[in-house]
Design a protein around this ligand. Sequence first.
Ligand SMILES: Nc1nc2c(ncn2[C@@H]2O[C@H](COP(=O)(O)OP(=O)(O)O)[C@@H](O)[C@H]2O)c(=O)[nH]1
Ligand SMILES: [Mg+2]
Length: 268
Amino acid sequence: MTALDLRRSGRETTDVAVLADRVKTGDVRAVSRLITLLENRDPDGAAALRLLDSGSRHADVTGITGYPGAGKSTLIAQLAAAYRRSGRTVGVLAVDISSIVTKGALLGDRIRMGDHTLDHGVYIRSMAARGHHGGLAPTTREAALVLDAAGYDVVLVETVGVGQGEIEIMDVAHTVVAVVAPGLGDEVQAMKAGLLEVAPIIVLNKGDHAGANSTLRDLRAWCPHVVRTVATTGEGIPELVAAIAAHRRSHKTHDDGTPGARPKPRLV
Ligand SMILES: Nc1nc2c(ncn2[C@@H]2O[C@H](COP(=O)(O)OP(=O)(O)O)[C@@H](O)[C@H]2O)c(=O)[nH]1
Ligand SMILES: [Mg+2]
């Protein structure tokens, strides 16, 4: 679309340079606006993203993956609270933010959604999956770059399901955590093959459930890094924070700071 077409169509145009600058100052409204442009595949979004791309990267990006109901959202609320207590700012990209907000008792009024309220150090954004096969919204990677450029210290990405389709999260996150719940038995057996490749850290959540100990023994037999948590109470969260930090320290990223084992994809 040319500028003339845009004027004819009456569509609002964006000053991409101004938008990018505002994102870099951590302006929450600008962050939300840019992610919306990217979701809509608006060319202004891609243009603004390119202006951010030269910035230095410092955010630690962690993917939290697992079957629905395993406790991912509850864990993310606990992790976000723990990072905030240590003074770090947190951006969350999730398939379903409602459960993070309602389950995140510890975050309380610190949670700020989108651009409606003041930023108190936690930004939460829902990413529609839109039928994409990998379980990650197509713009999740770009949204993580935006949050990084906006200065968030930690970015947590919630993604549903484990297995082959989830390999995508490796391109987005420095560290991937797979969340499983006790009593999955057969499912755990079935996913062992592909899981370790994707997730160096396994969380056995719902550690308060009957059968947690035997599942834990089973998991520890084949994965060196299993953390037992009770997301509803916060038990095991400090250990999980430590495991994520240890993994991040021990794994190099690309020279430009982007995560993942594969070459950085071109931003179009
Ligand atoms: N008993 C127990 N319940 C939990 C635990 N973690 C999460 N839940 C509950 O399990 C349900 C699913 O949690 P949610 O975080 O929404 O799972 P998600 O679908 O993986 O994001 C909710 O009702 C949570 O309150 C836990 O450690 N113990
Ligand atoms: Mg959830």
